[in-house]
Design a protein around this ligand. Sequence first.
Ligand code: ACO
Ligand SMILES: O=CC(=O)O
Ligand code: MG
Length: 538
Amino acid sequence: MSAAPRSAVPEARPAPGAAPAPDLLDRDALVLLAGLHQRFESRRRRLLAARRERQAVFDAGGLPDFRADTRAIRDGDWRVAPLPRALLDRRVEITGPVDPKMVINALNSGANCYMADFEDSTAPTWDALLAGQRALREAVGGTLAFDADNGKSYRLKPEADRAVLIVRPRGWHLDEKHLLVEGVRISASLFDAGLFCLHNGAALAAKDRGPYLYLPKLQSMEEAALWNDVLTHIEQALGLPAECIKVTVLIETLPAVFEMDEILHALRDRVAGLNCGRWDYIFSYIKTFRAHRDRALPERGQVGMTQPFLKAYSELLVRTCHRRGAHAMGGMAAQIPVSGDPEANEAALARVRADKEREARAGHDGTWVAHPALVPLAKEIFDAVMHGPNQHDVVRDDAVADRDALIGPPPGTITRAGFEGNVEVCVRYLAAWLDGNGCVPIHWLMEDAATAEIARAQLWQWLHARDLGGDPACLDDGTLIDDRLFGQALLDLPSRLAAQGPIPGAGRVAEAIGMLGELTRSDTLEEFLTLSAYERLA
Ligand SMILES: CC(=O)SCCNC(=O)CCNC(=O)[C@H](O)C(C)(C)COP(=O)(O)OP(=O)(O)OC[C@H]1O[C@@H](n2cnc3c(N)ncnc32)[C@H](O)[C@@H]1OP(=O)(O)O
Ligand SMILES: O=CC(=O)O
Ligand SMILES: [Mg+2]
């Protein structure tokens, strides 16, 4: 690492009680992380405050729209830097948490890329974060191996047959409580990205790659510019080639859809694409319009990608990316293979197939899958439609940047099953998360922080509909959604869960019920479920 005057750098150290992990958090790592904190923490805080100010405008009835001050960027004729060879063809990307077994399975899955996820699918216990960083370092070094208790051994395929690694650090809203810089928690984004780049940057650059990152939950071009400056600093501090750190940005907040050109522009020297992070996007829609009674969404199961506001978002993303020479990545269908029930499995695969066909036809350059068994399916669909490495030639001039289309609420209903399903998903997901598991199958759907947030925010919005001055929310059979209905669903849940047999995090169900009760009954919608849950995490 290039020598910054060490005396000028504040002290970073694990929080009391946190394992020191000297193999990862050596002196170079602590200096890098402390330097990142020193340079960028106050800017991160200002940007988080700007999010709250923007939300206050929406809460007062304002609507998101394209920015007047950045028109020149939108109208300008510029393109992003050429894409690196390793990221030219991304037709299938598998995603998943960062434990060693999953990392090996994902890298060996036959997908073009693998997004190793510290965000939506990881419960960030200190142990999981450290184990994840170690697994990724060994994966980059080619030595990662895992022997399971059941006797199964996991070994990496030869490098040429492995997926290209992309890492998703946590978002700007999260702190890492186990690493303190002069007593203050470091940003989780800086911790995840800084450590990964430090331990793998040189090895990846030597292979003509670089640290490749997925950037989650951005809301503005200023947040993108912060990432750009952070990554430039990391490159300089580690002596890595300029712009070898490439990024793909998830467009998964409603404010960000109005700044896609601006976000690409802020990162134009290192951005490889944008991705339709549909689940957080739906969550963000609910959150942005939490005070707009006329924009409450129907139950989660009815808010699919063919709904006009989501179709408009994905098509505008394709148009924007292709105009600028970047990949337009699709997103995640929640269905996973159903074992032991061929008919249900066929139905789940048909849903995934329909979703991937829609994406390929819409002009996306690739897609996400949640499970290795879905890789061949997604590949077959993209191979049939996309004959080159990507389809940047699909310009989608028909996609219009229409503010009202992007925010138009879809019609639909709330059924009793939808309401009770939201309660169950929230409790089961929270219980698993508190137990250290950030992604679980629930009724054969992949549930992670983003999908659970939709369920959680909907419950809050439905229960508070009356306080917002409109009609109260009702089930489709006319039943009022009120505290009595919610309380009863919470009371009934333990016996409903008991009937389902063992579930992940069973020991934390009572705590999760308590948390959901508090979050849903609170006068304000908590910004992220994972903020208060994190304080309870080991
Ligand atoms: C909204 C978003 O942000 S989407 C991105 C974040 N979410 C994700 O990445 C979801 C990733 N998916 C998963 O975590 C898992 O597929 C789950 C939790 C949904 C289901 O996992 P399981 O119940 O273990 O599935 P299942 O039993 O069918 O798994 C079969 C095998 O595939 C492996 N596997 C399943 N999913 C993955 C994955 N995404 N990556 C690598 N391996 C996987 C399992 O580890 C298991 O391996 P084994 O046979 O060697 O033991
Ligand atoms: O991160 C992806 C999403 O859909 O959310
Ligand atoms: Mg997300």
